[in-house]
Design a protein around this ligand. Structure first.
Ligand SMILES: [Zn+2]
Ligand SMILES: [Zn+2]
Length: 263
């Protein structure tokens, strides 16, 4: 299994980096995890749009979903692409959200009913039931966030990837994330963040603590505001963390392998 970072910015882009988007690849199969604004230019460096086997959205905040709009236009109009609908698995409530968005975006010539459905096969996932995708089985866990948001555990043929999406601290995420070969964890907050902000996000030290307690073999820090303070803090905590930890940037490609195994 390989992970390619398409974007790791939080609510608004960092310089040169879009919001949330990760491409998971297993053999020739691909799953796009989140589709935040600004990730498509990076996606196109790695795969043509018609090579996506599915898209899964963790929650309906704009920084995780809005590039479905230009992706819809790309699938419809970009030359040379195979015409096929790409599966999009949305969180509960996602169909209604896209219906409303389509009504705003569709112009006279375009019917809002087919705005998304002509390029996407839309469905809402059931967070209580594992989902089978082209790259492996996906299970879900509700995170601590202001809108319903689900962490994903993706079990590939040999390796396991856990993406905690947007979340504040929650002990129940530890067993869900346990022994991940790659843990993707957010670090939106600075150390002096207000308690209210901690209801929905983590800071970098909490992210590292979560990775340590869940025994992640490798950790990717994401959803961070790009600042010298973040980079400096990461370099100091890196030495104390028993696994490998790195900061997300567009194009970063990680071979996700079980300890000592092949990806
Ligand atoms: Zn977010
Ligand atoms: Zn969010």
């Amino acid at each position: 299994m390989h992970l390619i970072v398409l974007g790791g910015s939080p609510a608004s882009p960092n310089p040169g980096q879009g919001c949330s988007g990760y491409l998971v690849a297993e053999n020739d199969a691909t799953l796009l995890v989140d589709c935040g604004p600004g990730i498509l230019p990076e996606l196109l460096r790695h795969r043509p749009l018609d090579r996506l086997d599915g898209i899964i959205i963790t929650h309906l905040h704009q920084d995780h979903v809005l590039d479905l709009v230009p992706l819809r236009y790309g699938l419809k109009y970009a030359p040379g692409l195979q015409k096929r609908r790409v599966s999009v698995w949305l969180p509960p409530g996602g169909l209604r959200y896209l219906e409303r968005l389509a009504r705003v975006l569709s112009l006279d010539a375009e019917s809002s009913e087919t705005f998304f459905t002509e390029t996407f096969a839309l469905a809402e996932y059931d967070p209580d039931a594992p989902l089978t995708t082209a790259v492996g089985h996906v299970s879900f866990r509700r995170t601590r966030h202001w809108v319903p948001c689900w962490a994903l555990r993706i079990e590939g043929q040999r390796a396991t990837l856990v993406y905690l999406a947007d979340t504040g601290w929650d002990d129940s995420l530890l067993p869900f994330a346990r022994d991940a070969d790659l843990l993707i964890v957010e670090a939106t907050l600075f150390p002096d963040a207000e308690p209210a902000a901690r209801e929905g996000h983590l800071d970098l030290l909490q992210a590292i603590r979560l990775a340590t307690l869940s025994h992640a073999r490798r950790t990717l820090i994401t959803h961070y505001w790009n600042s010298p303070a973040t980079v400096a803090t990461l370099s100091t905590v890196r030495e104390q963390f028993p696994g490998t930890v790195e900061l997300a940037y567009p194009g970063l490609t990680i071979a996700v392998s079980p300890q000592g195994g092949e990806p």
